[in-house]
Design a protein around this ligand. Structure first.
Ligand code: NAD
Length: 307
């Protein structure tokens, strides 16, 4: 089976590509390396096809989907703050790029799509945990573009053109976010504490997130590929709510720097207050996450479990 991964040189994409290769799939990657790195694919570079190109380019996308059975669409602009500064860029890549991928698939007769959406489409929850029927109300341009991408896919499903799973991912963390100025809070805390500086918390630290280790993200995405045949929306998270202050304390503890006290700064616009996934739908299909936050961080930091 031949699989296209857009954004396959990125943080999550490169972990997914490695897992697909090790399971014997033929993998093609399209990535413009705007935030991704070819070095992320070092371990599998001679086993995959790599197209350096932009998902907004029709010629690139027609070539990329040719002969493919399934498309994982991960390529996107992913930073909330940047999405306020560059709304047009976010619209072009996340919405028009997604539309072009769907159009290219339809034109080339490719039927299956797994689309990486985001918990950002829900906005501030009206109830917790957030299930897939929760109303959508994105609070920032990034979330709006992800929702619009979903709409494009939903319309194509309705027309009977494609079968697609829309994956609403919560907060992923793991190796390969290093050095990315737009990396998530886990990476930022680790970088600060590793260099002897206290973590900076925006707001009071009582805001919460559902942190999922990248290995669990990949296992969820593989599970969907191999076991989910119908079109549907699926949350991908752990179902565990963690406050940012507790994340900071855990990282300080794991890095042996409990002597450092977190620093508090102004809250950021467009940040939701609480976030935790209801993952019963994906659990009901037989998948479950394997890593607690402590286990995931320990694995990420290369520490011995229980040390
Ligand atoms: N990291 C998270 O916590 C998280 C949470 C929810 C959803 N997501 C979604 O997961 C996906 C992967 O995110 P990530 O965290 O690995 O980020 P990432 O920035 O590492 O990955 C995105 C990849 O897309 C590529 N890309 C961007 N614009 C492109 C374009 N125009 N043409 C071709 N390639 C392009 C980048 O070079 C990069 O390799 C994204 O769709 C993101 O919205 C991530």
């Amino acid at each position: 089976m031949r699989i296209l991964v857009t954004g396959g040189a990125g943080f999550i994409g490169s972990h997914l590509v490695e897992a697909l290769v090790s399971r014997g799939y033929n993998v093609r990657v399209v990535d413009d390396l705007s935030t991704g790195r070819e070095s992320n694919l070092e371990a599998v570079r001679d086993k995959i096809e790599f197209f350096k190109g932009d998902i907004r380019d029709p010629a690139v996308m027609i070539d990329a989907v040719k002969g493919v059975d399934v498309v994982y669409h991960l390529a996107a602009k992913i930073n909330v703050e940047e999405s306020y500064a560059k709304p047009d860029l976010y619209w072009e890549v996340n919405v028009l790029g997604t539309r072009l991928i769907v159009e290219s698939m339809v034109r080339m007769g490719v039927k299956r799509l797994i689309f990486m959406s985001s918990a950002a489409v829900y906005g501030d929850p009206v109830y917790i945990p957030i299930d897939e029927n929760h109303p959508v109300n994105p609070l920032n341009p990034y979330g709006e573009t992800k929702l619009e991408g979903e709409e494009i896919i939903r319309r194509s499903i309705k027309r009977g053109e494609i079968q697609a799973v829309i994956v609403r991912l919560f907060n992923a963390y793991g190796p390969r976010q290093e050095g990315n100025p737009y990396a998530g809070v886990v990476q930022k805390f680790i970088e600060r504490v590793s260099s002897g500086k206290p973590p900076i918390i925006f707001g009071d630290g009582l805001q919460s997130r559902d942190f999922i280790y990248v290995k669990d993200v990949v296992s969820g995405l593989l599970y969907i590929l191999e076991r989910v045949e119908d079109s549907m929306i699926l949350n991908l998270g752990t179902g565990v709510e963690t406050r940012i202050i507790d994340l900071a304390r855990l990282i300080l503890d794991l890095l042996g720097r409990s002597d450092l006290d977190p620093v508090f700064s102004d809250p950021r616009p467009g940040d939701v207050r609480r976030s935790v996934a209801d993952i019963r739908r994906l659990r009901g299909l037989g998948w479950s996450p394997q890593y607690s936050l402590r286990d995931g961080l320990t694995d990420m930091l290369g520490l011995q479990v229980g040390e």
